[in-house]
Design a protein around this ligand. Structure first.
Ligand code: PMV
Length: 364
């Protein structure tokens, strides 16, 4: 593994002549097809993961900065989520910003204000850490470039943003890239690393590059066990080593399937990874279950629909009960008809979100 760490004590400002400014990024969520579940060290993955970058589920974040008015050395942050102050989120972000001051030492010299919000309803039961932490990492990386002109090279900019996003939430490091991204060192992809994700959009078969991912909301209740706790339960998990080997094998099959447009292989891997993730939760000590009865009912109906119609419709799951329904653009009318008729009535408040593979973050 390369040992870049991006610590840079030279990024210190001459604040006397700094003009206040602002930066806005919109950054999407992503859906892992091969999952990251289990970590070590400073947010490093036990196995490589590969995700599709989403589109309509995103965080928009505005970062305002101005020279610090007081001489205190901690992070100075005001924070608004959907126009309202939010103490718990703010505390999390202050802690994170403190943790990256060796990468961005100038943060201590600024008064910062963050205004942020998600495109998806707060109570949709959709994890927002990938979109929000990638949006913040992009704002910070842009801020460095604006203040020091250090990151002219786009690939270097993305790599640093991905590295910084990883420190906030592992899966966030994959949201930086258009279409698809791989995070974790593997012999399958040159330049891959545990420290940052790499783009996988190039060479992606067209059947995947605008693939749909409709998110069926089985429940919006807060998860009983956080992802953080779930990762740490992998440490003494009886199936841990088998799982990491299985993920690597799935990855080595997924990569060629993504290039050749092999939907069947893609679907087999997506579903196996999703059920394995939840199987690992059910076999943790203590064990827990995040799936709801309606999640299972939706899976059964989807598999029946696939068997009856031979349409390439597959599912995935995040660390929660909501079902991601994956299918190519060419069969949208048929699949939406099926979703409306058979799956929507099983959703909480009949709610589902339409999403699809997208082009990655955008500076606004
Ligand atoms: O990024 P974290 O620490 O919230 O972990 C997310 C893990 C999964 O979403 C379940 C899988 C993944 O690879 O995104």
């Amino acid at each position: 593994m390369s040992n870049i760490d991006y610590k840079n004590p030279n990024l210190i400002l001459e604040t006397s002549d700094l003009e206040p400014g602002e930066i806005t990024w919109r950054s999407p969520s992503n859906l892992a097809i091969v999952k990251y579940w289990g970590k070590y060290g400073q947010q490093l993955p036990k196995n490589p993961s590969l995700s599709l970058t989403l589109s309509s589920s995103f965080t928009e974040m505005l970062l305002e900065y101005r020279p610090r008015e007081t001489s205190e050395s901690g992070i100075s942050l005001e924070f608004f989520f959907h126009q309202e102050a939010n103490e718990p989120f703010k505390e999390k972000l202050v802690k994170y910003l403190e943790s990256v001051t060796d990468i961005f030492p100038f943060l201590r010299q600024l008064d910062l204000t963050i205004y942020t919000g998600n495109s998806f309803p707060h109570s949709a039961g959709i994890a927002s850490s990938a979109s929000s932490m990638s949006a913040l990492a992009l704002c910070l990386t842009s801020l460095e470039h604006e203040l020091f002109e250090t990151l002219d090279d786009d690939a270097e900019f993305d790599r640093k943003a991905s590295y910084v996003a990883r420190l906030g939430s592992g899966s966030a490091c994959r949201s930086i890239f258009s279409k698809a991204a791989l995070w974790g060192e593997t012999g399958e992809v040159t330049g891959s690393s545990n420290l940052f994700a790499v783009p996988m959009g190039e060479g992606l078969h067209s059947v995947f590059s605008d693939m749909h991912d409709d998110i069926l909301i089985a429940s919006t209740a807060t998860k009983s066990v956080s992802s953080r706790a779930g990762h740490s339960l992998m440490e003494n998990h009886p199936f841990a080593e088998v799982r990491y080997a299985d993920a690597k094998r799935n990855l080595s099959r997924l990569i060629p399937a993504l290039r050749t447009g092999d939907l069947e292989e893609f679907g087999r891997i997506a579903e196996s990874e999703a059920l394995t993730l939840h199987g690992l939760m059910m076999s943790s000590n203590p064990s827990y279950i995040l799936l709801k009865p309606n999640t299972l009912e939706m899976i059964e109906r989807l598999r029946q629909y696939r068997a009856d119609t031979k349409h390439p419709v597959y599912f995935s799951l995040d660390a929660g009960p909501n079902l991601h329904v994956l299918y190519p653009e060419g069969i949208i009318h048929e699949v939406r008809g099926f979703i409306e008729e058979e799956l929507k009535p099983l959703c909480e408040d009949e709610k589902y979100l339409e999403d699809w593979v997208g082009n990655g973050p955008e500076q606004v």
